[in-house]
Design a protein around this ligand. Structure first.
Ligand SMILES: Cc1cc2nc3c(=O)[nH]c(=O)nc-3n(C[C@H](O)[C@H](O)[C@H](O)COP(=O)(O)O)c2cc1C
Length: 307
């Protein structure tokens, strides 16, 4: 018998559906313990008012909060640990950060292969860098990554995801916009990954897992989106520090700065980013080699250690 520990956090259930579409095709000799992280108190869904932006500072600065105690035994030896997560503000969602910074994560992950499964809008590479660091700190070895995104145009997907997140309705906004989130086709077709993952677990051979997943298109990056994300992550860091000076989550003193951040974010997304994207495409041929190298790095599972 082989054992896999699956740890997920998902608000709408989109990420959980992706993960379960992969794991339900594993052969019966693989036993699965699925641990769904439960934050205390829970985050609102649908999100109301400023609460959405109030999650940003702790996400970006990776400040742990509270989660319900986990139900698995952290001293158990698992053959693979799967971490499934959505992205919040170019960062790991708070419940996953909380788990990864816990003693249970350190115990269960030490020396173990890890596979990450991401369900995002379209900006996940910077969060995955944070996750790579936390896995390494826990002694885990990242062996594969699958990242699913909404493939619509960046601005369209911003509008549809805001509608979904603030109403809780995964339906067409004004009947003219496409459905929010990852397409039904992409969610249903993740079963193409099941066999290679199960094979790696059964053979206890993970060296080529990520390359095999890449052949199956587990990661598809847009250089323009990655470039926007890199800049955004730095700017979010500055905003997070500024807001945290006014207090912790839910503090009324920080509402003013959160509202400023909200205005800034919407201005940057809808006004600045299209101009920056245009500039990116004009300069793209000059930076071709550098961009290609960068895409290869972000598609991979290694962590670049800053010297
Ligand atoms: C607070 C918040 C911030 C988000 N920020 C990002 C982001 O920076 N990049 C991204 O690709 N998606 C972002 N999303 C979308 C999520 O990654 C995800 O697609 C969506 O929340 C559905 O996931 P679920 O499985 O938890 O329902 C954000 C969602 C929320 C709620």
């Amino acid at each position: 018998m082989k054992k896999i520990l699956v740890i997920t956090y998902s608000q709408s259930g989109q990420l959980d559906e992706i993960v379960s579409n992969i794991t339900k095709h594993f052969p019966s000799e693989i036993q699965i313990h699925h641990e769904k992280l439960i934050p205390v108190p829970s985050f609102p869904f649908p999100w109301k008012g400023i609460s959405f932006y109030d999650a940003m500072p702790e996400c970006v600065e990776m400040i742990p909060a509270k989660i319900e105690p986990v139900s698995f035994n952290p001293n158990e030896e698992y053959d693979l640990i799967i971490l499934g997560y959505p992205i919040w503000f170019l960062s790991p969602p708070i419940p996953l950060t909380t788990f990864l910074k816990s003693n249970e994560a350190k115990k269960v992950m030490n020396g173990k292969p890890v596979l990450t499964i991401i369900g995002a809008r379209n900006m996940w590479v910077m969060a995955q860098e944070d996750i790579k660091k936390m896995i390494l700190e826990n002694g885990g070895i990242l062996r594969g990554n699958i990242a699913l995104c909404d493939k619509h145009n960046n601005l369209i997907s911003v509008i549809t995801i805001i509608y979904w997140m603030t109403t809780g309705k995964k339906e067409k906004f004004l009947e003219i916009f496409p459905l929010p989130g990852i397409s039904r086709y992409d969610i249903d077709n993740v079963n193409r990954f099941s066999q290679v993952i199960a094979y790696a677990v059964i053979k206890n051979s993970f060296e080529t897992l990520h390359d095999q997943l890449l052949v199956l298109k587990s990661v598809e990056l847009s250089p323009n989106v990655v470039s926007t994300e890199e800049k955004g992550k730095k700017i979010f860091g500055a905003w997070a520090k500024l807001i945290l000076k006014k207090g912790g989550p839910g503090s009324s003193e920080r509402v003013g700065r959160l509202k400023m951040f909200r205005g800034y974010l919407l201005f940057v997304i809808f006004v600045v980013s299209p101009i920056v994207s245009l500039f990116f495409y004009i300069t793209w041929p000059l930076l071709f080699i550098r961009i290609r190298k960068k895409m290869k790095y972000y598609s991979g599972v290694d962590l670049k250690v800053k010297k």
